[in-house]
Design a protein around this ligand. Sequence first.
Ligand code: EPZ
Length: 418
Amino acid sequence: MSEILRIRGGAKLEGTVPISGSKNAAVAIIPAAILGDSPSVIHNLPDIDDVYSFVKILRYLGAEVEFEHGTMRVDPRGIDRFELPDEMVNRMRASYYLVPTLMNRMGRAAVPTPGGCNIGNRPIDLTVNALTSLGSRVDTTGGVIRAEKTGDFGGSNVYLRVPSVGATINTMLAAVMAPGRTTIFNAAREPHIVDTANFLNSMGAKIRGAGMDTIRIEGVPVLHGSDEYWVIPDQIETGTLMIAAAATKGDVYLSGTIPTHMESLTAKLLEMGVDVQSEDDVIHVRSVGDHRMIEVTTAVYPGFPTDLQQPLTALMTVGWGRGRMTETIFENRFRYLDELNRMGADVRLRNNAAEINGVEKLYGARVTATDLRAGAALVVAALMAEGVSEISGVEYIKRGYEHIDEKLRHLGADIEYI
Ligand code: EPZ
C-alpha cells in the first residue's frame, strides 16, 4: 500500500518556518560539479528525493559523493563512465544536465531522454540545437541523447526560440569549457539560472549576464572544484508556504528567503487582500479577511511562475466572485482541477485557463496528485478544507518539498504521512 498524506483541514498556520535550498538550483549545480578537476563542497542542499537520485547517479558514474545534513562533497575525479541506464534517470527532467557535463568531461555522453512531471510534452529541441551549434554531434533516436564533441567544438551564438530554463542551463554547462566566446540570446532569467552561473564561476568559469536575457561566456580549458558553495533558498517552496499561510487565514514568518524572488506572487497576494511584509531574509504573511478574486497569467521570470500556478489556483477556489488562472508555459498543467472540484471547488478549464467560481468552502476528500506542484495544490486545498483529506501520489511531493509534513505540522497543521 503506497504512502498517503492525511490532512485534517481548518487549522490556522502560525509561527516561523525555515526555507530549504532550491530544488531547481540543486539539480543543476550537482551535475555541474562533474566539470571540476577537484572536489566541490555544496551546502544548503534540500533533503529531497531528486538530490538522492543524483547521489546515486554520480556514484554510478564513478564519483565519490558524501551527502549529509544538507552538505554534499563531490569528487568527480573517479568518473570513468559516460552512459547511464534508463531506470536511473527516466523520472527526472534535470537528468539531461548530465549530457553537457559528461560530454565536457568524457568527450561524449549517452543519457536516456529525461522524464519529469507530466505537465506537457517536454521537448528537448532547444538543447539539441544549442549543443549542435557549439560543435557537438547530437543524436536522440532510440530514447537516448547521445552527444559527442567534434573537432569544431567551440564558442558560438545560441538563439533560444523560447527562454527555456533547461536549454539555458544546458548551454551554459556546455559552453563554459568550449574554446572561445558563446553568447546566449533570449536566455531564461530564473533565480536558479543565476545560482548555477554563480556556482560555475566559483569553479573558475567566465559567465557574465546570468539573470538577464543575454548571457556571455568565455570558454576555459579547466575548471577546479568549488571550495564552498551555498545554494539559494527555494523560490517555489517559499511561494507554496506563503500561499498555505494565506489559505489557512494564518500568520506565518518564512525565514531564510530571498524576498525579491517572490515579487510576482507577493503582488498577487496583496491584490487578494493578504498582508505580506518582508524584511531582510524574512517574509511575513498574514491573512486579514476575505480574499478578493483576481486574474493571474503565468510567465517566465520575473513574471508569475508556472510552478506556483497550481498552489495559487487552489487558494483562489474559495472566495466571492469569479477568478481566472491562465497558463502560458505548459500545455497540460491543469489535470489537478478535477481533484479540486471533487473537494467542492467550482473550476472549469477553457483555452488553457482555469475559470474559477468562488465557493464558500472546500470539503476533505480522497484525491490523487498527478505531478509535484499538483500535489502542492492539493495540500493547500486540504489545509483549507473542512474535514479530512487523503492525498495519494505523495512520491511526487517528496521529490520537491523537504519534509513538508514536518514544516506544516510545526506551524500547527494536522498532517501526517500514513
Ligand atoms: C524547468 O523545467 C523546471 N524544472 C520546471 O519546474 C519549471 O516548471 C520550468 O523550468 C519553467 O520554469 C527544473 O528546473 C528541473 P523550460 P524545464 O525548458 O527546463 C518549452 C517543478 O515543478 N521547451 O523552461 O523543462 C517547453 O515545452 C518543475 O519544479 C521547448 O519547446 O522548462 C515549455 O513549454 C516542473 N523546447 C517551455 O519551453 C525545449 O527544448 C518552458 O520549458 C525546452 C523547452
